[in-house]
Design a binder for this molecule. Structure first.
Ligand SMILES: [Zn+2]
Length: 415
């Protein structure tokens, strides 16, 4: 048994060039979302699996956004672990700010550059090699391993993991491991939930000199936005062990997501992402619209937030609100079996113990948690995520691969 474990670790080292070459070529397969066409990148993964002699299915409710699913049974009874990563990446726009080719997969000074380098072609590559390596020792493995490489993640779209968990429950398993970017110092067991709202304000409008003739839609919006800040004061209700995990992880959270992140993990936040209003400087605006991105921590419900919003809106009969998007916050046990395996492996490999944390942003892992399946995220540091010169440290990438391979093995063999 431990012979297999040693062999797995050796394969990551011996096949290091191959793993890195796969990852860099994966970055070169453009898959920006929007528009979300991942056919080339999914085809690349499929070709690779085929060359490895591994069977897979394509599930493509939208033919431009295929999902790859592969699974095998171990030689003995056990638990079912699912590996999940997404294929699509953020768009690049006109490339402003990039000093490297966003689709080049260049390796410079120990860093691999390109859109998707950290979010999340590194993590998806880790899932793929975990699947490939564990498949080689399948007769001696317990349980079942499923690989899901999905499309349509970056826009919360319906054609990727959301479709799979809804119509192909065989991908759910007993536990999920995902390599979305975070930090080698943290394991994510939960995430905040976004609630996006569109507000519209209508007034009669008037000539800009006739301010007595109409209320101003932009000025009302300004006051309404200031009042909406009240949602950030809603107190979350969380149970003891979650509260203790959050408190214990403060330092790691700041390290992973920047100074100050620990202060807002447990708070409702409000961002006004868009404001549009007015036509001309000398007109009193008759319309203004804005979009609010409200993030709910664990222990705060949409109903609580909307009650507060509606209380405020009652003072603004000129305004209406509509929901654009909502995903509830999600979490699973911060002390689940997988957390222990990742911590032990990172301790052995790097000499520190990653902390279980709740993240500010969202991942597909939430979809498993919504179905009561523990889902954990362990991935690389997000250098340049969603902005210019996105990159991942080469050794950190290989560390993530190693930890995924060994932790997946440990999980399956322990049950
Ligand atoms: Zn991602």
């Amino acid at each position: 048994m431990s012979e297999d474990r040693n062999r797995l670790a050796e394969w990551v080292d011996q096949e290091r060039e191959r793993i890195v070459a796969f990852f860099r070529a994966f970055i070169r397969c453009k898959s920006p979302n929007p528009p979300g066409d991942t056919a080339e990148a999914a085809g690349y993964i499929g070709d690779f699996l085929r060359r490895e002699g591994l069977a897979y299915r394509i599930i493509a409710p939208n033919e431009k956004m295929p999902n790859l699913v592969a699974a095998f049974e171990g030689g003995n009874q056990g638990k079912h672990l699912t590996l999940n990563g997404h294929i699509d990446v953020f768009p690049v726009g006109d490339g402003t700010g990039w000093t490297k080719d966003p689709w080049g997969g260049e390796l410079i000074d120990g860093k691999i550059y390109g859109r998707g380098a950290c979010d999340m072609k590194a993590g998806t590559s880790a899932s793929i090699f975990t699947y490939v390596f564990l498949h080689r020792i399948r007769e001696r493995l317990k349980g079942r391993l499923t690989l899901t490489a999905v499309s349509d993640e970056e826009t919360f779209g319906p054609w990727g993991a959301r479709y799979l968990v809804e119509y192909h429950p065989e991908v759910l398993g007993d536990c999920l491991l995902n390599g979305e970017p975070g930090s080698p110092y943290t394991i994510r067991f939960g995430e905040k939930g976004p609630l996006w709202l569109e507000f519209k304000i209508r007034t009669r409008g008037a000539h800009g000199a006739y301010t007595h003739a109409s209320e101003s839609a932009t000025k009302l919006a300004q006051r309404l936005i200031a009042d909406l800040e009240a949602v950030t004061l809603i107190e979350p209700k969380i149970s003891g062990n979650i509260a203790r995990s959050l408190e214990a992880a403060r330092e790691s959270v700041d390290k992973a997501m920047g100074e100050g992140a620990a202060d807002i993990v447990s708070k409702v936040t409000l961002n006004i992402g868009i404001i549009e209003g007015g036509l001309k400087v000398n007109m009193v605006p008759f319309a203004c619209r804005f979009e609010a991105d409200i993030r709910l921590p664990l222990g705060v419900t949409r109903e609580q937030v909307m009650a507060e919003v509606n209380k405020i809106l009652a003072r603004y009969p000129q305004a209406t609100v509509e929901e654009i998007n909502f995903n509830p916050p999600s979490y699973c046990p911060p002390d689940g079996a997988m957390v222990g395996f990742i911590q032990k492996n990172v301790q052995d490999l790097r000499g520190f113990k990653p902390q279980p944390i709740v993240s500010l942003g969202g991942t597909d892992a939430r979809l498993w948690r919504y179905r009561d399946i523990p889902a954990y995220v362990y991935g690389p540091f997000p250098h340049g995520m969603g902005s210019a010169d996105e990159h991942v440290d080469l050794e950190e990438f290989l560390h993530i691969v190693r930890v995924h391979v060994l932790s997946a093995y440990d999980y399956l063999m322990a049950h």
